[in-house]
Every structure is written in structure tokens, then in C-alpha cells.
Design a protein around this ligand. Structure first.
Ligand code: NAD
Ligand code: IPM
Ligand code: MN
Length: 341
């Protein structure tokens, strides 16, 4: 029996609901596999931790995450800056951003799942720098605020190489660099230049390389998404474009992601804690189940039965309201567990 330690961080709102059903599905799958045992180790993060300890992510959670073979993460509610004290706002550490940074999870892989058409592209989002370095300040006297955006040569190199390696090993034909170098001539100029250098590498012969400006990309995703295969982009652009791209397949309820580093990996749906539907039992668990399939791929465990079961539930209309179905979170999970056998 092969043992895998899975760190489970449920978080807030629907994070808890979709993780509970995904873990139940994984336990059912374990019984079918027979040769594998998953040991689930729960770790805390989120609003309750923030309100009780002033810290949304305890150090212990980071330690547990580092001891596991993979991390499954639900979603966390970030308090609005206007909801908490100025002091708490200054010291606020987002759990997911802290984990990406502490575990150096530099590549965020966000595939577009669209079961009804042939749309099939993947956003590879840089996950550690860009506008996410938390370097902001407010000039009281002159009443303006500044946020710094960091693009490094090394950071660009590793994410762009990751995108080309991803294309190569997944038999994809094209990598597109998404940027805004017409305005951000130095930062995105560096990102684009690095892309063009790496695209020249003989290793990537046969993979087409091109680039698009991010604003036009936002339009092409809706109007002609078939032009995309693998996209390599910076942190905030990848954040925004991945929510947009999820709409092609029906929305965030179907959008998984993998945060990959050289030592650790964390799997989380693209969506958040969805306060508008939390507690109603109607959150779509499919995105988190597809994350679970990505986690199994990473652990080199067969994930096809899970992918097929989710797809079948979708095509048969056994879905939650976000995909025009009428099942609850639990009922969708029941169907998917049923289809695993
Ligand atoms: P959201 O992704 O939570 O929700 C956006 C919309 O999509 C809502 O209408 C919601 O009901 C719907 N939706 C999302 N997931 C769904 C699912 N599984 N099934 C059915 N419908 C689903 O985004 P938001 O409302 O802008 O953010 C809410 C909170 O989540 C914020 O505090 C935000 O910071 C946080 N957030 C956290 C993470 C994370 O922890 N990884 C990711 C994104 C947002
Ligand atoms: C995501 C989320 C996070 C991000 C937030 C919750 C910090 O939106 O994973 O897409 O901006 O990266
Ligand atoms: Mn996002």
C-alpha cells in the first residue's frame, strides 16, 4: 500500500463545502484503486484564524503543508480593506498568497474546461511577483497611493520555460506570451524579451511562439478562443484572464488550478469563497474535483476515472445551478462517486 499525505485547507464559505465533498470522493476512489492510501491532514487558515489570532494563516499550517506530498486548498474570504481596522489591514497576510510565496509555487496552471466545444487552452500564470509583491504605500501629504510591480529576469525565465516544457510534454503546439509592453515598456518589455529568447531555444523547435497584448487577449478569449493553446503571462493578467476564460465552459464552478513549484504543489479551484451562495449547499464541487485530478496527475496516480466521471455528470446535466442544473453539492458528488465505479 502506497501512502500519500495530503494537507487539506478548507478555508471559508463554499471552500469548506467543496472540499468536504471532494475528500469524500477521493476516499471512495481510494477504495477502487486498492493500492493507494491517502492520509488527510487538516490545517487551518481563513477568517476565523484572522479574527481569533490576528493572523489568517498560522505558521503551523505552513509547516504541515511542507510535510505533505500535496496540498488541497478550498477558498478563503479576504476581508475588504474598508471592513477591518487600518492596523489589521496593514498586517493582513492572504493565506493563499503566503503559501505561494513560502512554498515558492511559481507556476499557476489554469486549464480551460469546456466540455461542449473544442476550446482547450491553458493559462500559465506567474505566481510569485508582478503586482503581488505587496509593495504599496500611501503618501499622506500628497494623497496618492503607489503599488510596485516587479518583473525579474529569473522569475520570467522560469515561468516561460515552464510554459514551453508544459507545451512539450502535453503535446501542445503553440505558446503565446500575454503582456502589455506597449505601455509597461520596461517591466513587460523584459517579460517579452525573455519570452522571445527562450522561444529560440532548439529544444522548442516545432512549438509555435507568438505574443498578444493583454487587452486584445481579453477580447479574443470571447470572440476566437480557438487561437489559444498555452498562454504565458504575468501574475495579475493571469488572475483576471483565468476568471474570464472559465466563462467559456460555464463559469468558475468548472475551473481548476495547480500551483506548482520545484518542491511543493498546491491544488485549488480558481473560484473564491462565494459568500453569495455559501451555506446553501449549492456550490459546484466539480472545479475542486478537477483540482483533485490534477493533484493525482502530479502524484503520478491515474486520474482518468475522476475526469471521466466529472465530464459524464456535466454532460448528463447532473449539475448545480451555476451550470443550469438543480442538484445540490452533495447530490453532484453522489453522482460522480457513482460514476467512478
Ligand atoms: P468568487 O469566485 O467567490 O465568486 C464569484 C461568483 O461565482 C459568485 O457569483 C459565486 O457564487 C460564483 N461561484 C464561484 N464558485 C462557485 C462554485 N463552485 N459553484 C457555483 N458558483 C460559484 O469571487 P468573489 O465573490 O469575487 O470573492 C469572494 C471572496 O473569495 C473574496 O473575499 C475573495 O478575495 C475570495 N477569493 C479567494 C480565493 C482563494 O482563496 N483562492 C480565490 C478567489 C477569491
Ligand atoms: C486567485 C485569487 C487570489 C489571487 C486572491 C484570493 C488573493 O483571486 O487565486 O485567483 O488574486 O491570486
Ligand atoms: Mn482570481
Amino acid at each position: 500500500l502506497k501512502n500519500f499525505k495530503i494537507c487539506v485547507i478548507k478555508g471559508d464559505g463554499i471552500g469548506v463545502e467543496v472540499i468536504d465533498e471532494t475528500v469524500r470522493m477521493l476516499k471512495a476512489y481510494e477504495k477502487i484503486l486498492k493500492s493507494i492510501h491517502f492520509e488527510f491532514i487538516e490545517a487551518k487558515a481563513g477568517l476565523t484564524e484572522l479574527m481569533t489570532n490576528g493572523n489568517a494563516i498560522p505558521n503551523e499550517t505552513i509547516e504541515i503543508a511542507k510535510e505533505c506530498d500535496a496540498i488541497l486548498f478550498g477558498a478563503i474570504t479576504s476581508p475588504k480593506p474598508t471592513e477591518i481596522s487600518e492596523e489589521l489591514n496593514k498586517s493582513y497576510k492572504s493565506p493563499i498568497l503566503t503559501l505561494r510565496k513560502e512554498l515558492d509555487l511559481y507556476a499557476n496552471v489554469r486549464p480551460t474546461i469546456d466540455y461542449k466545444s473544442n476550446i482547450d487552452f491553458v493559462i500559465i500564470r506567474e505566481n510569485t511577483e508582478g503586482l503581488y509583491i505587496k509593495d504599496e504605500y500611501y503618501d499622506e501629504e500628497n494623497e496618492f497611493a503607489i503599488a510596485k510591480r516587479k518583473i525579474s529576469k529569473k522569475g520570467s525565465e522560469r515561468i516561460i520555460k515552464f510554459a514551453f516544457e508544459y507545451a512539450k510534454s502535453n503535446n501542445r503546439k503553440k505558446v503565446s506570451c500575454i503582456h502589455k509592453s506597449n505601455v509597461l515598456r520596461i517591466t513587460d518589455g523584459l517579460f517579452l524579451k525573455t519570452f522571445e529568447e527562450i522561444a529560440q531555444d532548439k529544444k522548442y523547435n516545432g512549438i509555435e511562439a507568438n505574443d498578444y497584448l493583454v487587452d486584445a487577449t481579453a477580447m479574443y478569449i470571447i470572440k476566437s478562443p480557438e487561437i489559444f493553446d498555452v498562454m504565458a503571462t504575468t501574475n495579475l493578467f493571469g488572475d483576471i484572464l483565468s476568471d474570464e476564460a472559465s466563462a467559456l465552459g460555464g463559469g468558475l464552478g468548472l475551473a481548476p488550478s495547480a500551483n506548482i513549484g520545484d518542491k511543493y504543489a498546491l491544488f485549488e479551484p480558481v473560484h473564491g469563497s462565494a459568500p453569495d451562495i455559501a451555506g446553501k449547499g449549492i456550490a459546484n464541487p466539480m472545479a475542486t474535483m478537477l483540482c483533485c485530478a490534477m493533484m493525482l496527475d502530479y502524484l503520478k496516480i491515474d486520474s482518468e476515472p475522476i475526469k471521466n466521471a466529472v465530464k459524464r455528470a456535466f454532460l448528463e446535466g447532473n449539475t448545480t445551478a451555476d451550470l443550469s442544473g438543480c442538484l445540490t453539492t452533495k447530490e453532484v458528488a453522489d453522482k460522480i462517486i457513482d460514476y467512478l465505479n
